[in-house]
Write a protein that binds this ligand. Sequence first.
Ligand SMILES: Cc1cc2nc3c(=O)[nH]c(=O)nc-3n(C[C@H](O)[C@H](O)[C@H](O)COP(=O)(O)O)c2cc1C
Length: 205
Amino acid sequence: MLKNSLVLGLFAIATVGLVAVLQQATAGRIANAERAAQVRALSEILPPGSYDNQLLDHSIQLHDPLLLGSKSPQPAYIALKNGQPSAIILRATAPDGYSGAIQLLIGIQVDGRLAGVRVLNHRETPGLGDKIELAKSPWIHSFVGRSLQAPDESGWAVKKDRGEFDQFAGATITPRAVVKAVHKALQYFDAHKQQLFAAQVKSNG
Ligand SMILES: Cc1cc2nc3c(=O)[nH]c(=O)nc-3n(C[C@H](O)[C@H](O)[C@H](O)COP(=O)(O)O)c2cc1C
C-alpha cells in the first residue's frame, strides 16, 4: 500500500515537472514567434532602407488617453537612420468602431507625413467593416503621405462627412473611426515630436 502510494506520488511529481518544463519551452517559442510577428508588422509600415536600427529595441511608452485612445501606456518605436531619428511607429486605439475598439499601428516620418497605417486588431463585420484590413482592401494605404496639414482639418473625415477619405458601401462607422484615430495620432505627434525624438537621443547615450 505504502509502496503504491510512493510510486503514485513520484509519478505525480515527475508529471508536474514535465508539464512545467514543456510550458517553459512553449512560452519561449511563443515569445519568439510574437517578436517575429511584431518585427514583420513594424517593418511593413516603414519603407525599406528608411531606418537601420532594431525597432523593438528602441521603444518608449506613450500615454495620452484623449489623443491615442488607450487608458494604459502603449509602446512606440523610434526608427533611426545613421543614429538620427527618421520615424516613429506608435499604437493608437479607435474606441468607436462598429463593434468596439480598433487597434492601430501608425508610422509617422520625422517630417510629419504618414509612412503607413495597419490594423492590429478589430472585431468589425466581415464583408463590411473589415475592409480596413490590408488583406481585404487597399483602403488603409490611403493614409500614406498624408499629414496634419494635408489635408486640412475638414479633410480629415470620410467623404460622406465632406472629408477626403472613402467610406465603404453601407459601412461608414468603421472608416470614420479609423480616420478620426489617425488624425488624433497626428495631433499627438505634432504636440510631442521634440520630446519623442529627444527621449530617444537621451536613451542612446
Ligand atoms: C449586422 C450588421 C453589421 C454591420 N457591421 C458594420 C461594420 O462592421 N462597420 C460599419 O461601418 N457598419 C456596419 N454596419 C452598418 C451600420 O449599422 C451603419 O448602417 C453604417 O455604418 C452606416 O453607414 P452608411 O451611412 O454608409 O449607411 C452593420 C450593419 C449590420 C446590420
